[in-house]
Ligand binder design. Sequence first.
Ligand SMILES: [Zn+2]
Length: 167
Amino acid sequence: MESDYIIEDTDIRRLIVKAVEARDMAYARYSQFKVGAALLAGRENSSYADEVVGRETDSRDRNVNEYRVFTGCNIENSSYGATICAERAAVCNAVSSGYKDFKAIAIVGGLNSTGINGITYPCGICRQVLSEFSADMYVIAARSEDDYDMRRLSEFLPASFGAGQME
Ligand SMILES: [Zn+2]
């Protein structure tokens, strides 16, 4: 879905703050590398409006009028392959609530011992999962509210396999 959504600086900062908060919840027992993600996602108007926290943060997009921020953290497992990344945990939260129009995701990460001292980019699997829903969404890989690398997902995952191939 092509979007003309342009993210605002206040939303970037809000997402980074929420990603930092989500990182505190990380279950990183094995790697000690804790990651948090905050996903701004919208859904089309529905009859469940009373459950919605945020409304029309972007009134320029007429197709979607309800937005929320969904967070996620990495959840490791003693069977390492069962581990899920923070970004995909956030996606699961959003899609499970009916929010599939992704606008932006902020990601922060770092070892327990160092805290968030560098930029953490989404892994290949997460890039693929995000692209299923919004290939041109913003990806904000952040060290702090003032220090981040923000690009479109299509730049992080060029020439990708997508739903178009399955039609
Ligand atoms: Zn990942």
